[in-house]
Structure formats: C-alpha cells, structure tokens
Ligand binder design. Structure first.
Ligand SMILES: NC(=O)c1ccc[n+]([C@@H]2O[C@H](COP(=O)([O-])OP(=O)(O)OC[C@H]3O[C@@H](n4cnc5c(N)ncnc54)[C@H](OP(=O)(O)O)[C@@H]3O)[C@@H](O)[C@H]2O)c1
Length: 296
C-alpha cells in the first residue's frame, strides 16, 4: 500500500508514519518545518493547493492519513484566519487531491468538536464546538463528509507518549519535565480529558484499514480524568514527588479559548477493531518500561 501521511513530524503523525513504514508499506512523509529521521520525506506547506496537487500526481497514494493541523488551541482562538487556513483550507486541498486521485482519506479530529454539555458522547452526536480550534476541526470534518470519498474520521483526545526532540511536549512529558525540575507547580482541576495512548490509536488505524472500516470513530482512552488527577498518576508511576503538584482552577489562567469537558465513548472502536485501549496506568507503565526513548 502507498500511504501518504501529513503531519508526519507531529506527535501522532510521526508514530503513524513509523508504524506503517515498519510494516512494509510505502510511506510518503509530509512535514513543513521539522525534518524528521523518517525515510521518504517531502517538505510541503499543504495550505498551497498547487503543491498538494503536484505531490498527489507524483505519488498517487492509495491512502492519505491527514494528521497535520494547527493544534495550539489558544493560538487558534487569537489568530482565527490563520487557524482557518491551516485546518480548513488545507483539508480542502487534501480532499480535492484525494478526489482526483481516488485516494481513501483518514482524518485525525478531536473531542473539541463537542461542547461537553452532554454527559457522554457517541459518534452520532451533533458537533457543537465552543472554541475556534473545535470550529475549524468540525468544518474540516464537514469538508470530508460532504465529499464522495471513502473516509474515516478519528476523534481523539490528549494523545500521549514520549516525544521526539523537535516535537511539542505531550501532556505526560510536560508534567514529567515539571516534576524533574523539583519545583512546586500548578495543574488544572477543571479540565477533563480521555487521555489516549498513541500506540493504541495507531494500531486502531491499522486495524480499521485492514477491516475496511468507514465513518466516524472516537479513538480515545476510556478514562475521563482532570489534568490534576492525571498529573498525580504520572507522579505515582514515575516515582516523583506528587506534593509538588498544586491544584488550580482554569479561570485563574485567563485564557481566551474555552475548553469543553467532553467525555467520549470508545465502545464502537473497541468493538469493531477488537483493540482494548490502555488505561492511563497501563500507558504510563509502558512508557516507563520503554525508558524515555523519545524525549529530547
Ligand atoms: N495534540 C492533541 O492534544 C490532539 C488532541 C485531539 C486531536 N488532535 C489531532 O491529531 C492530529 C495530530 O496532532 P499532533 O498532536 O500530532 O499535532 P502536532 O504535534 O502539533 O503536529 C502538527 C503537525 O502538522 C504539521 N503541519 C501543520 N501545518 C502544516 C502545513 N500547513 N503544511 C504541512 N504540515 C503542517 C506540522 O509540521 P511541522 O512540525 O513539520 O511544521 C506537524 O507535523 C491533529 O490533526 C490534531 O488536530 C490532537
């Protein structure tokens, strides 16, 4: 299979690209600013339509895994035009090229397409984002669902693992860096997530490709936990001093972007793929055993 991965330098895209490459697929890796250690890399700004069309004409991918995005939620709120171009316009470019080339598309989306007003969300629930990052990802989903492509949309939340040295921290590496510094610091008590161990997400994508899965899936871990409680678990598993972690309410941070607390059910993806997503403790234990291999 010839697979094209956008965002292959990112935290999630890198692991996707690496997995499919190691499993003997031909993988074309798109990056923008951060060249990686993967083979077959192409530097391209996917907001440039002509460049995207040229790329597809050259490589003719069977499957496109579109993971590139502007993921900084606060920046999306303060630079809306920029967020629209990166998250919506770029997706239009990718979808249009997929249509011309008859490529299948797999899109990485987010729990932020929901407001969090419902107690628990299933895939059929209406999207109702409350920040601009969520708006752009919901609009990008619409671009895909309106197309006549064979698509998969995977909504994930707080994907975590070790990182490569050019990448932004995952929440776990961020907390570990704070704890390593041995200074008191604050964690938010009223932001909740379904933390998702990236290798599970990657295996689920592979399985969905294998079984010809289509449509929308919640690709998240089962636990729903605050940032504060999550940090305590990280301290526990990595034997760090949890008294360094102090609770703080998000209102004290004076951020422009609202955060939804959306709890996503992962029943559908676990049932269809047969993959059980790791609990937070399991994911952290695997990270600990694998020994800090990615942190820069
Ligand atoms: N991180 C989260 O908490 C989270 C939660 C839910 C869903 N998601 C979704 O999961 C996907 C992957 O997230 P992530 O955390 O892996 O992202 P990330 O680490 O922030 O990486 C973003 C990637 O997008 C690439 N990119 C951005 N703009 C581009 C452009 N115009 N042209 C080409 N490449 C571009 C970046 O390339 P360079 O680095 O080379 O510039 C990088 O590879 C995203 O679609 C995101 O919306 C993430």
């Amino acid at each position: 299979m010839r697979i094209l991965v956008t965002g292959s330098s990112g935290r999630v895209g890198y692991q996707i690209a690496n997995y499919f490459y190691k499993n003997r697929n031909e993988v074309v890796n798109i990056f923008m600013r951060n060249k990686t250690d993967l083979p077959n890399q192409v530097m391209l700004d996917i907001t440039e339509k002509e460049g995207v069309d040229r790329l597809f004409n050259r490589y003719k991918p069977d499957i496109v895994i579109h993971s590139a995005a502007l993921t900084n939620v606060e920046l999306c709120e303060t630079s809306k035009e920029f967020a629209y171009i990166y998250n919506v316009r770029a997706t239009e470019n990718i979808v249009s090229a997929c249509e011309k080339n008859r490529s299948r598309i797999i899109f990485l989306s987010t729990s932020f397409v929901y407001s969090g007003k419902k107690r628990i969300y299933n895939e059929e629930d209406q999207k109702d984002p409350i920040n601009y990052y969520g708006v752009t990802k919901a609009q990008a989903e619409e671009v895909i669902t309106r197309s006549d492509l064979d698509f998969l949309i995977l909504r994930t939340d707080q994907p975590y693992d070790w990182i490569r040295n050019w990448q932004q921290d995952s929440n776990v590496t961020r907390v570990l860096k704070k704890l390593e510094a041995n200074l008191e610091y604050e964690e938010i008590i009223d932001w909740y997530n379904n933390p998702t161990f990236i290798p599970d997400l990657v295996r689920a994508i592979s399985k969905l490709i294998e079984i010809g899965g289509k449509g929308i899936y919640h690709a998240v871990g089962k636990e729903y936990i605050s940032r504060y409680e999550w940090a305590l678990k990280i301290a526990d598993v990595f034997n760090k001093d949890k008294t360094l972690i102090k609770p703080i309410e998000s209102s004290k941070l004076k951020m422009k972007s609202k955060r939804p607390n959306a709890n996503l059910s992962n029943k559908k993806i676990e049932k269809d793929t047969g993959i059980t997503f790791a609990t937070i403790n399991q994911g952290l234990e695997i990270m600990k055993t694998s020994g800090n291999i990615f942190i820069g």
